[in-house]
Write a protein that binds this ligand. Structure first.
Ligand code: PEP
Ligand code: MN
Length: 341
């Protein structure tokens, strides 16, 4: 038993009774009220629930049907929620008709460069400002980010431009600060299976941008979304950012087939990051357009006012004027697939 579909006229009392019964089995309930139907997602280990127990639930007044989900992810699945999830952040929505663009430098480097970048990307049409204050670097000797000071610069940029902020959280010890200064919490590739961290952001009220692990299958990635959702935070955005393959012409291999695959398997919005996906400046515009054509709900693009001097990922950062040009080129592609940018 994974999903209990209620009759349209199920009463609050009947719903309370069902929830109590589930709790008696050591399970929890997630109530999802749709326009036509209310469904209860059963949370916990349902593998030991017998067929007889399922039948018992079918006999409860107010219950229309009791279903099992064969997929290992439940809350993230299309079976659980048929309509696409639209995540609202202030006046912006991710997963709706408008394609959201998250733009900004890899790392927050100074207050002035953040404010400058924020103004430029806003003018070009970005919906979110990004920048890492806590950086997951391969080498311990590389720039590790400005930490909380960097978060304050992001906050200052938001105040100047109104752009909401996306920034990475690497350690549960920093969650309070990241929650305070950001609008969307990014979980980076290297932490996609840091389950304690996932459970921590699962308790946050901020949406989570969950990047795909370097060598994660789509199912493993969805299980990570499920970790977050299992703690009550259903605002998860899946972000494809390239995977490890044998190919060396690009930094990673951007798996654009993940977009339609995810759209079939999950109701969660999907964002594509061609910057880390290909890592080669020249190829980023083509892959950004391809991502929109494939049905992505958003893009994450690294933009730096002076890539030559960038403290990280300068080689894949677009200059503001290149970003502006790309935004213009994306408009007809979005239109062709029934979206706008
Ligand atoms: C980033 O967004 O700057 C980043 C570090 O991304 P990823 O986790 O995809 O490598
Ligand atoms: Mn980067």
């Amino acid at each position: 038993m994974d999903i209990i579909v209620l009759k349209p006229d199920a009463t609050d009392e009947e719903i309370r009774h069902i929830i109590k019964k589930l709790e008696g089995l050591g399970l929890a309930a997630h109530l999802s009220k749709g326009t036509e139907r209310t469904v209860i997602g059963v949370i916990g280990d349902t593998s030991k629930v017998t067929e007889e127990t399922d039948d018992g639930f079918r006999a409860i007044p107010g219950v229309e049907s009791v279903m099992r989900i064969l997929k290992p992810f439940k809350l993230a699945s299309r079976e659980f929620k048929k309509t696409p999830t639209i995540i609202k952040v202030g006046d912006t929505a991710i997963g709706g008709r408008k394609i959201c663009v998250i733009a900004g430098p890899c790392s927050v480097e100074s207050k002035a460069m953040m404010i400058e970048t924020a103004k430029q990307v806003k003018k070009a049409g970005a919906s979110f400002l990004r920048g890492g204050a806590f950086k997951p670097r391969t080498s311990p000797y590389s720039f590790q980010g400005l930490g909380e000071e960097g978060l304050k610069y992001l906050d200052a940029s938001r105040q100047k431009t109104g752009l909401p902020i996306v920034t990475e959280l690497m350690d549960p010890r920093d969650i309070e600060a990241v929650e305070k200064y950001s609008d969307i919490i990014q979980i980076g590739t290297r932490n996609m299976q840091n389950f304690r961290l996932l459970l921590e952001v699962g308790q946050s009220r901020k949406p989570v941008l969950l990047k795909r692990g370097l060598a994660a299958t789509i199912k493993e990635w969805l299980m990570s979304a499920e970790y977050i959702m299992s703690r009550g935070n259903h605002n998860v955005i899946m972000c494809e950012r390239g995977i490890r393959t044998f190919e060396t012409s690009t930094r990673n291999t951007l798996d654009l087939s993940a977009v339609p695959v995810l759209k079939k398997l999950t109701h969660l919005p999907v964002v594509v990051d061609p910057s880390h996906g290909v890592g080669v400046l020249d190829h980023i515009p083509a892959m950004a357009k391809a991502a929109v054509a494939a049905g992505a709900d958003g893009l994450l693009i690294e933009v730096h006012p002076n890539p030559e001097e960038a403290l990280s990922d300068g080689e894949q950062s677009l200059k503001p004027e290149m970003f502006k040009k790309l935004m213009k080129e994306l408009a007809p592609v979005a239109k062709a697939v029934g979206r706008e940018i």
